[in-house]
Design a protein around this ligand. Structure first.
Ligand code: GLY
Length: 369
């Protein structure tokens, strides 16, 4: 299979390589000065990680650290255990971390790399669609605390990212579909060709699976969207000419985060994002900034890849009043004023400030019944 290399043109540019069986690429991304590598992997993926371990063992002194799975691993305590292990093994500033897993692993491993000696090289090998198109690219790292998700962390860009599509063969279908939520989001905020590809696959009767030829192109396009956005605004300070910069990536996320919190984090992030985008589109339509046609294109496009588009389909029981509190503490909110990432057109993202409660309730009615 061909490899595609997407360059992230940030202050320290790096490559995201998309292909199959990419372990031999590791040495090139890690560079020549590295002697020791801490390999932080999701423990349940030990078998899939074996080719990477073999490749690392050929070139480096390897410290393997298997992590507990999912969001549960993203704690200060697990990071502290990793730092103790690096210390015992004598890791220096010229050594490196390699992560292997979903977004929780790349977030935690990225933070371990960011914290050790104030920052060592890290290469991510994401194993889910969601991590390939979002978590592994752009340098956001962190852990969860009692107060909430991702409240502690650092911007620490990787030295490279290897997206090995062969790893998706063992990804549960529901996780693959959820990952497509972030991909379709990228279609609306920046690259409408993604929407056309999804619609064409649907018309042809092709369900998008790990084997679908179109999956590689969808993932590559979504990574390009993320790469361009983070290269222009790594620290989320805002874009130019009205473009919201990195906040654009949070399309649909204000409602999605509220739904995730309300569900006790029992739902998939990408599923919640799909519902959140449908809500944001309706809000923009009601605010008079988005056309009826583009708002109406949201739900069917997400549904075409098998994503939920209503709160009921998401399996969450929540009325508007259950969610508005969480939306008010969203990272985009300023004081008591709600801010939403909305579209004025396809690929024209803007911030909508202070929509009325009536508009919010009416928009919620479309997804919440
Ligand atoms: N996941 C959103 C961001 O990386 O900014």
């Amino acid at each position: 299979m061909n490899e595609t290399v997407i360059r992230v043109e940030s202050a320290a540019p790096y490559d995201v390589v998309v292909g199959s069986g990419l372990a031999t690429r590791l040495q090139g991304l890690l560079g020549d000065s590295v002697q020791r590598v801490a390999f932080l992997y999701a423990a349940e993926l030990a078998e899939q990680a074996e080719p990477v371990v073999q490749e690392l063992l050929e070139h480096y002194d390897v410290l393997g650290l298997g992590l507990p799975s999912g969001e549960a691993q993203k704690t200060v305590a697990v990071a502290a255990d990793c730092w103790e292990a690096l210390g015992e093994r004598g890791f220096t500033r010229s050594d490196a971390v390699v992560t292997f897993g979903g977004g929780a692993t790349t977030d935690l491993g990225g933070w371990v790399a960011a914290g050790w000696l104030r920052g060592v090289r890290v290469v991510h090998i994401p194993t889910t669609v969601l991590a390939m198109v979002d978590a592994a690219v752009g340098g956001k790292t962190g852990v969860n605390t009692g107060a909430g998700k991702n409240l502690v962390g650092a911007f620490h860009e990787p030295a490279g990212v290897l997206c090995d599509l062969a790893l998706l063969a063992t990804l549960p279908e529901a996780d693959l579909v959820a990952g497509l939520g972030e991909v379709v989001k990228c279609g609306f905020i920046a690259d409408p060709e993604i929407l056309r590809l999804v619609e064409a696959a649907h018309i042809a009767g092709d369900k998008i699976t790990a084997d679908s030829p179109v999956l590689a192109e969808l993932i590559e396009r979504a990574i390009r969207v993320k790469a361009e956005v983070v290269a222009a605004d790594l620290k989320e300070t805002g874009g130019a000419d009205g473009h919201p910069g990195r906040e654009t990536l949070n399309y649909g996320h204000t409602l999605a985060h509220a739904l995730e919190k309300h569900s006790g984090y029992s739902i998939r992030h990408g599923d919640a994002v799909a519902v959140g985008c449908v809500f944001a589109a309706e809000l923009a339509r009601l605010a008079g900034v988005l056309s009826d046609d583009i708002a109406a294109r949201h739900a069917p496009t997400f549904a075409k890849v098998g994503l939920p588009t209503t709160v009921e389909e998401l399996g969450v029981e929540a009325g508007f009043d259950d969610l508005i509190g969480a939306m008010r503490v969203d990272k985009k909110a300023r004081g008591s004023v709600l801010r939403f990432l909305v579209l004025h057109d396809l690929a024209v993202p803007r911030i909508l400030t202070g929509p009325s409660e009536e508009q919010l309730r009416e928009a919620y009615a479309v997804v919440g019944g």
